[in-house]
Design a protein around this ligand. Sequence first.
Ligand code: 6PG
Length: 256
Amino acid sequence: MAQLTVADDEVQLARLAAERVTELIVQAVDTRGHAFVALAGGNTPRRLYLNLADPQQPWRDRIPWSQVHLFWGDERHVPPDHRDSNYGMAKASIIDNVPIPADHVHRIHAELPDAREAALAYERTLASAVSGFSRTTQFDLMLLGLGEDAHIASIFPGSELLADAGPTADVGRPLTRRRVAAVWAPPLGVWRITLTPEVILDSERILVLVAGSKKATAVRAALEEPLDVRTWPAQLLRVAGDRVEWFGDRAAAARL
Ligand code: 6PG
């Protein structure tokens, strides 16, 4: 069963999440000598990232940045300096402000003209990272946000990625189990590059960060409504049981 921490507001939410993220990174480095962390996109995690990088706060100096590797759960199909770039947001809020080695930042090259090529390139990045460190799981820590429609990463309601967890053939390749996919996001009318459900679930720990009353229905659906993953994609996290930790403010948890 997933764990839920309810904060009074977004400020406390980001502080509680910063403490937990720090704990999990330190734990991973102590266990494996490194920590593979997949960052969430969107706006909610920005305050968390600022906390982790703030020298006045108790987290930056506890994190062994030279042993941390950053990845992304998804990316918009835009260049890294675009205002919508998830990498760009993380670069400004955390990467530029902590001593993480440049070659430990494994961004999705979403500037490639064809989103499907960007997905294939990231597929290679993830595969070589796992083999290079002879890991058994893809990530030590996966950070996710939650959309009002209960999407996670760029896995939207009705996504083909929500068919039986298994092969997808969105790039004309033979049906294989993919780690990364390029998806057309109908609600937004844009291409996205996203990790697949299989890879998201292939994480030691998954932290979902959600704030605001607009997310209350999605939180309730994700945690309490009858299983209907195609309608509520975040329900796929139920497979991961207590490896999933939810951090929400009171407004987002109001319908539980
Ligand atoms: C993205 C995210 C997406 C996000 C949710 C919540 O690229 O936008 O991966 O899944 O986490 O849409 O976004 P907010 O935090 O901005 O509400």
